[in-house]
Ligand binder design. Structure first.
Ligand SMILES: C[S@@+](CC[C@H](N)C(=O)[O-])C[C@H]1O[C@@H](n2cnc3c(N)ncnc32)[C@H](O)[C@@H]1O
Length: 394
């Protein structure tokens, strides 16, 4: 049995008591409070006065929802895709706004909890002496404060709803942008795989054509034997794809180099090109015909006189191919020197690099895949990430 609540004291008249809304609160909930005390199931006055879900559960749910592995730094962002990057930045901002809104709610709820803690003993009508004017004034003040805080909390809840809507919209935008990016990436990789295979197929066909022509030409020449000096590589052609990539990079460098500014409406002035150890001249023909760079003249030389002979006869390269020794060649008259590792001996390769670095013209470019140690020459600076292309600066 629940004991009847004692009448509130501290009112001048019964009418004054009845006109005070707090009196009704007292009488309405004091039974519930007593039941709580006695282990009954009646609802606690706190929850009846200020019904709301418990803060911790509410906040935990929100944190899980927004924060599930998702801080701004954790977002997978392909930095080279500005659309995804922008979407990620917007999502990061929305996440920060939502976190701020939730933090504000939490702050207000803590304050309300505090008021409820203070009000709790005052709402307990077990001690009639505690329900005097001072207690009622205090309860009134707490109620007023509670009302104000509740209004702020309502506003904060609205702000949270808006922030959550914006967050959800941004999250959907980001997911959409990322999906598009992933699909585009998959397409790109498929295209790259395809073009890589195409390039390899073209390279095989081209090599076949060259080799067939060289073999046929060699058959008609009186002497095609040559004894390669010790420490030199014989003819091992660089992969055509790598060669073309270097020419593309060179084209970009020349376009951006003021020293090569064109006097006509082209991106740079025509440049002269020489290949060290050109063999029968495959790369010379490619550079002359591919149109990747603006060359004034493409030429090559090799110590292997038989290879030069074949190249001159097979493709009419007589004016462009000469027999010469790389160690004594004068590189100073060319804008671009291409040298793919003529020497197997590191010592000889090092000597060649010293000679090229010393005799190249200032401002000239050196294309040198698999070089030995070009970094030792202060006048040479690498201009590409693979350290294949160098520029002589002084
Ligand atoms: C690795 S192959 C490079 C072939 C071609 N430059 C390319 O990149 O496809 C080296 C070439 O250097 C030539 N070579 C070797 N020693 C040389 C030297 N002292 N002077 C000129 N050429 C040389 C060889 O005959 C051979 O053709």
């Amino acid at each position: 049995m629940i004991a009847a609540a004692p009448p509130p004291t501290g009112y001048d008249t019964p009418a004054a008591a009845k006109s005070d809304p707090l009196f009704h609160l007292f009488t309405k909930y004091s039974g519930g409070l007593a039941a709580c005390r006695e282990g009954g199931s009646a609802p606690c006055p706190h929850s009846l006065l200020f019904p709301r879900p418990p803060l911790s559960a509410h906040y935990a749910r929100d944190r899980n929802k927004t924060g599930a592995g998702m801080t701004h730094d954790d977002l997978p962002v392909p930095r080279d895709n500005p659309i995804v990057l922008r979407a990620a930045l917007r999502l990061g901002d929305a996440l920060a706004d939502l976190d701020a809104a939730l933090a504000e709610q939490a702050r207000l709820r803590r304050k309300i909890d505090d008021i409820l803690r203070q009000a709790n003993p005052l709402l307990t009508p077990l001690d009639p002496n505690r329900n005097g004017p001072a207690e009622r004034a205090r309860i009134r003040a707490l109620t007023l404060r509670h009302t104000t805080l509740q209004k702020s909390l309502d506003k904060a809840t609205q702000a949270e709803t808006l922030a959550r809507q914006r967050f959800e919209a941004c999250r959907a935008d980001y997911a959409d942008a990322f999906d598009r990016h992933s699909i585009a990436q998959a397409d790109l990789h498929a295209t790259l795989r395809q073009s890589h295979r195409n390039a390899a197929a073209i390279e095989r066909s081209l090599l076949h054509l060259f080799e067939t022509e060289w073999a046929a030409t060699a058959d008609g020449l009186p002497d095609t034997s040559f004894d390669m000096p010790q420490g030199s590589y014989s003819y091992i052609p660089l992969a055509i794809q790598r060669y073309l990539s270097m020419l593309c990079e060179l084209d970009m460098q020349l376009s951006n180099d003021p020293a090569y500014a064109a006097e006509d409406d082209q991106r740079y002035r025509p440049v002269s090109f020489v290949e060290v150890g050109c063999g029968p001249g495959r790369n010379v023909i490619i550079a002359q015909s591919c149109g990747l760079c603006r060359f004034s003249r493409v030429s090559g030389f090799d110590i292997d006189s038989a290879a030069i002979d074949i190249g001159r006869h097979a493709f009419g390269l007589a004016p462009d191919l000469t027999v010469a020794d790389a160690m004594t060649f004068d590189y100073g008259v060319y804008d671009v020197v291409f040298s793919f590792r003529p020497f197997s001996s590191d010592r000889m390769q090092g000597q060649l690099e010293a000679h090229i670095a010393a005799t190249m013209r200032p401002g000239g470019y050196l294309l040198a895949p698999l070089s030995h140690d070009l970094g030792r020459y202060p006048a040479l600076i690498p201009v590409d990430r693979s350290y294949d292309i160098w520029k002589k600066i002084a």
